[in-house]
Design a protein around this ligand. Structure first.
Ligand code: NOJ
Length: 753
């Protein structure tokens, strides 16, 4: 590995100053040798030896994160920012990648600053870096933790090979409001599954150890409860109970912390009146004191400045004081620590010990990443050439995309399509879309490389089988393209209609109040259906849609989400039956917007839904249950569940309950099933949800074969925050349900004694 990349100046300084490290040096530092000379090996000791050399301004510089600009000629750095780097006023840069470019910036830091402390390079590597994987929400529908870890690992390898040390991912916000555009970045509505996915993604990004040149730091975001924004409006107010915070929204963050996530990012929202970025309760009490978290916390973009708009700070001085004292270590792009902290410390309003703690946390990560040993450790031009867009990466993207798709409807076995026998009309605004296939948050992705559905189908089927006509645009009112598309449909045996949202319609600042298909797509589909041909709808979108008017006009619906670079191949694999779909929804699809919030683990209420009783909890105009519930997804195979059998009906606090059931593949096709186990606590000191996911297994079952599955449950799995906010399992009756989704379940009961 490029030891030669260690710049001579720094290497020399490392040697010369080995003995005198405790003195302030004008030439730079040698933390590595300092440790040797003191005979102590801990990174904390190294951190302290650096800290001792730093002026207040240099310390505050380590807490400053600035963006590079991305313009048409590539990335660039504002002249003022360059000056700031040289003066040691910047600790980290984001939106800069590419070995040549970041090397130049790193060179400024390690050759031109007084202390030669290397920069950190961060970026939003959300679902792939160059090779784009399906959106995180899509991937979560695979319920395949290994696959998600692999996708994060590949993203990390590509990112690290292009000079990056740090990704602002995973987003672990529980999201139950499909109007919120950012649901596409998370793992859906369920906390149990969200925790497992958080761990898988952190492990994937960070690899075995941070010092590995192919590892990058992960960042659990957005801390906390960003997904509970009112009305699904981005950046909006969050007002939830302590119980809901701790039971639903915090556990995935805790899981990320337990998995060793190197950093946390604050969220834009306020939580019960206090903006998260300056929320001492969240950052200090829960994260650091209760969880013992040792990594550093970065704010979201200009969030410190936004405290003024929240009305939580009268001016920037107060905003800075509140943020740093709350425990926000690094300021992303507000430049407010840089501007206001020196004076606040000098006048004693912020103790220098607080600054020292934050700087320690940042420096520790720089040591762990190996940057002090070699500031160019992730800047190797050879690796950059070799590790990006490899066949292995592209193949993984294709496989994971196919696993992430959810078959929502398949009447009369419309799917899979026949490889040669049918004439297929491929219509719809997303049938030949390139850019949209990646969805949002794929900034480094190269959309020209994306495989459109048209290209994929022409490759996978016989090209002459396919006739393509667009029909309409994604989001306008023009119907003039309908006619020729309908003619193509009339001449075909089957129609594949590619509908959905534009990539820009989900992600940050992309909330929608109407989540039906945009534009005239529903009208177009209705016209197609009138022709009487079998219609397969393939959906590309980043959030659950209201499909109430799509459902009757489609014989089959494949929710493909945004599959990434290999979209067209992956969708064709499923349409052609090369891959038997196995994904299951991790977020409910409402019948209409008026039903929101709708999620599977709601409470029963004192008047549970009863279609025959007006005075039960319901609407006059729509049912209570979602159109497609959490855990739902079809396969080309069919499965039959029997059981469960419980190993005991009376569970002691130290015992383990074994829940056994069988799943038979009753079809003639091999397939994978995600078998799910839910528990309902029938009565407690606090009311409990009607269903809680407590386990799942993804199993491959051959045609005609029966598999026996065993799930284990202990009292630990039954804990919740009781009336005194103690996390305990209470004695009493529980129902265990097993099945193919959250509302088709077979059950039995046991007692916790
Ligand atoms: C704002 C977003 O909320 C956050 O998720 C992202 O990481 C930062 N911008 C940096 O791009």
């Amino acid at each position: 590995m490029h030891r030669s990349a260690l710049i001579p100046t720094l290497a020399l300084i490392f040697c010369i100053h080995a003995a005198s490290i405790s003195q302030t040096s004008k030439k730079g530092i040698s933390p590595k040798l300092a440790v040797t000379s003191k005979g102590k090996g801990s990174l904390e000791f190294k951190v302290d030896s650096v800290l001792k050399l730093m002026t207040l301004e240099e310390k505050i510089g380590q807490l400053n994160l600035l963006t590079s600009d991305l313009d048409q000629t590539g990335a660039s750095m504002r002249p003022q920012y360059k000056e700031d780097i040289r003066k040691g006023k910047v600790g980290a840069i984001f939106n800069a990648y590419g070995v040549d470019y970041v090397r130049k910036l790193q060179k400024m830091a390690v050759e031109e600053t007084r202390l030669k402390i290397p920069l950190l390079f961060g970026y939003d590597v959300i679902h792939g870096h160059k090779t784009i994987f399906p959106n995180p929400l899509a991937e979560s529908c695979s319920w395949d933790l290994e696959a998600m870890e692999k996708s994060a690992r590949i993203a990390a390898i590509e990112a690290a090979s292009m000079g990056l040390d740090w990704t602002f991912a995973p987003m672990v916000d529980i999201a139950r409001d499909p109007r919120w555009g950012r649901v596409m970045e998370g793992a859906g509505e369920d906390t149990y599954l969200g925790c497992l996915i958080a761990k898988a993604r952190v492990t994937g990004f960070q690899g075995a150890k941070l010092s590995d040149p192919l590892s990058i730091m992960a960042c659990a975001k957005h801390y906390a409860a960003y997904g509970a924004a009112q009305g699904g409006r981005d950046y909006n107010t969050v007002d939830i109970s302590e119980r809901s915070l701790r039971e639903t929204y915090l556990p995935p963050f805790k899981a990320a912390a337990d998995a060793g996530v190197a950093t946390f990012m604050t969220s834009f929202n306020e939580l019960n009146g206090i903006p998260a970025t300056a929320n001492k309760y969240l950052l200090d009490q829960i994260l650091r004191k209760e969880w013992g978290y040792k990594g550093f916390v970065v704010t979201d973009y200009t969030a410190i400045m936004e405290l003024l708009f929240h009305g939580y700070a009268a001016d920037s001085v107060e905003a800075v004081k509140k943020s740093i004292l709350a425990g926000a270590d690094m300021d992303m792009q507000a430049s407010m620590y840089d501007q206001r902290l020196p004076a606040l410390v000098k006048k004693g309003a912020v103790p220098v010990s607080v600054i020292d703690e934050s700087v320690r946390r940042v420096l520790l990560k720089k040591f762990e990443l190996g940057l002090f040993a070699n500031p160019y450790v992730r800047m190797d031009a050879e690796r950059e050439k070799q590790n990006v867009f490899t066949t292995v990466n592209l193949t993984a993207s294709r496989e994971i995309a196919a696993k992430s798709m959810v078959l929502l409807k398949n009447d009369h076995n419309t799917l899979p399509l026949k490889l040669t026998a049918q004439k297929i009309a491929l219509v719809g605004p997303l049938a030949d879309a390139g850019r949209d296939m990646m969805g949002a948050w794929s900034a480094a992705g190269e959309w020209e490389k994306n495989v459109s559905l048209l290209k994929g189908m022409k490759g996978s089927f016989t090209s002459s089988q396919i006739e393509y006509k667009k029909g309409c645009e994604i989001n306008d009112t023009v119907r003039s393209g309908f006619a020729e598309a309908l003619t193509a449909c009339s001449n075909s045996d089957v129609v594949v209609c590619a509908l959905g949202e534009g990539a820009w319609q989900s992600g940050e600042a992309a909330s929608r109040s109407d989540i039906r298909l945009p534009g005239v797509q529903e009208a177009f589909l209705a016209e197609v259906k009138k022709l009487g041909k079998p219609v397969v709808v393939v959906l590309f979108n980043g959030r659950p849609l209201d499909l109430t008017d799509v459902l009757p006009n489609a014989d089959a619906i494949l929710e493909a989400w945004y599959p990434g670079t290999m979209a067209g191949w992956a969708v064709s694999d499923v349409l052609a039956g090369v891959v038997n779909p196995s994904g299951k929804l991790t977020i409910s699809f409402p019948r209409n917007v008026g039903q929101i919030p709708v999620y599977y683990n709601m409470k029963n209420t004192g008047r549970p839904f009863d279609a025959n009783n007006k005075y039960s909890s319901k609407y006059l105009d729509v049912r209570n249950d979602p159109l497609f519930t959490f855990g739902f997804g079809l396969s080309y195979s069919t499965f039959l569940y029997s059981g469960p059998k419980l190993s005991t009906k009376s569970l002691g606090y130290k015992d383990t309950l074994r829940v056994t059931f069988t799943v038979k593949n009753t079809s003639t096709r091999d397939g994978e099933e995600i078998a799910q186990m839910y528990v309902q606590d029938m009565a407690g000191s606090v009311t409990r949800p009607v269903n809680e996911l407590k386990g799942f297994q993804k199993v491959f079952i051959k045609a005609g074969e029966t598999k026996t599955l065993v799930f284990k449950l202990t009292a630990n799995d039954l804990r919740f925050y009781n009336e005194d906010m103690k996390f305990v399992a209470e004695k009493g009756l529980f129902t265990v349900k097993v099945g193919t989704c959250s509302d088709v379940t077979q059950s039995d009961e046991f007692e916790l004694r």
